[in-house]
Design a protein around this ligand. Structure first.
Ligand code: ATP
Ligand code: MG
Length: 244
């Protein structure tokens, strides 16, 4: 009646759980992010195609405009998904040259400011800011993602700032906003693939949760780091470094 021997079988199921998580996130993404534009395109196209109706030019133009906008959204989503898969599958290929970060930041900020009038964009770099080696297209993409987020997650407007500093062997660029912020436990998670923080009203603000993941892959490929500091309700500051 005594226990003489026990057989213990331990299995690590974390990989399986991870796969499960990715699957459910993908399903949610497909059902929401893909379904919404598809429904809108379908509805507008079939309205316009009705044989028994006559539409004024204004109505036709408005509906075609919406179809175009939703197609852009779909195309952006698919491109991002493919791009992430590509970045993860192979080492990122960089096309490095000397970049003038103050100039790139100005250019990206100006382009995004034209699409949004509720935010004030401030770009400030010291006069002696050095040029750095990097792939200009990839760095533009990182700046675009960070500034877009800063605007998107400060629905009340406010200032979005892009500041550069030199720290020893590195340059540092910070994109700051006065928006909704990110809670402490979620700050380390927002760089994960598909992760969207709960307070951002993930269901209402459009997005895929891939932007920061792509930023991290690109910055690490340049030998830099990226992180966030944030105060929920007061704003966020995303910083990346690049070696000089
Ligand atoms: P996508 O960039 O793919 O269109 P997204 O903006 O939701 O979608 P990420 O850019 O990866 O995805 O950001 C992930 C999440 O981090 C966001 O959903 C949001 O919850 C949070 N986040 C990112 N930037 C900010 C910010 N500036 N302020 C507050 N929350 C932010
Ligand atoms: Mg984003």
């Amino acid at each position: 009646g005594k226990l003489r021997r026990a057989v213990v079988n331990v299995r690590d199921s974390s990989k399986l759980q991870q796969v499960d998580h990715i699957r459910s996130v993908l399903l949610a993404l497909v059902s929401h992010e893909l379904q919404t534009p598809i429904s809108i395109i379908k509805a507008y196209a079939s309205t316009l195609a009705r044989a028994d109706a006559q539409w004024s030019d204004d109505v036709v133009r408005e509906k075609l405009g919406a179809i175009e906008e939703e197609s852009d959204r779909l195309s952006r989503l698919v491109t991002r998904l493919l791009y992430t898969t590509q970045l993860e599958a192979s080492a990122v290929s960089l096309n490095p040259m000397l970049i003038d970060l103050p100039k790139s930041s100005q250019r990206v900020a100006k382009r995004l400011a034209e699409l949004d009038e509720t935010h004030e964009l401030l770009v400030s770099f010291p006069a002696d800011f050095p040029p750095v080696m990097g792939d200009p297209e990839k760095i533009d993409e990182v700046l675009t993602n960070l500034i877009e987020n800063a605007m998107k997650f400060s629905p009340g407007g406010g200032t979005v700032s892009v500041e550069g500093t030199v720290e020893g062997d590195y340059v540092q660029v910070t994109v700051g906003d006065e928006g909704i912020g990110i809670s402490e436990p979620e700050q380390s998670r927002v760089f994960e693939r598909f992760y969207r923080a709960s307070e951002s009203g993930a269901g209402t603000v459009p997005g895929t949760g891939l932007g920061l993941h792509i930023c991290r892959i690109l910055i690490q490929a340049h030998g830099g780091r990226i992180w966030v500091e944030s105060q929920p309700g007061a704003g966020s500051r995303f910083t990346f470094t690049l070696p000089i």
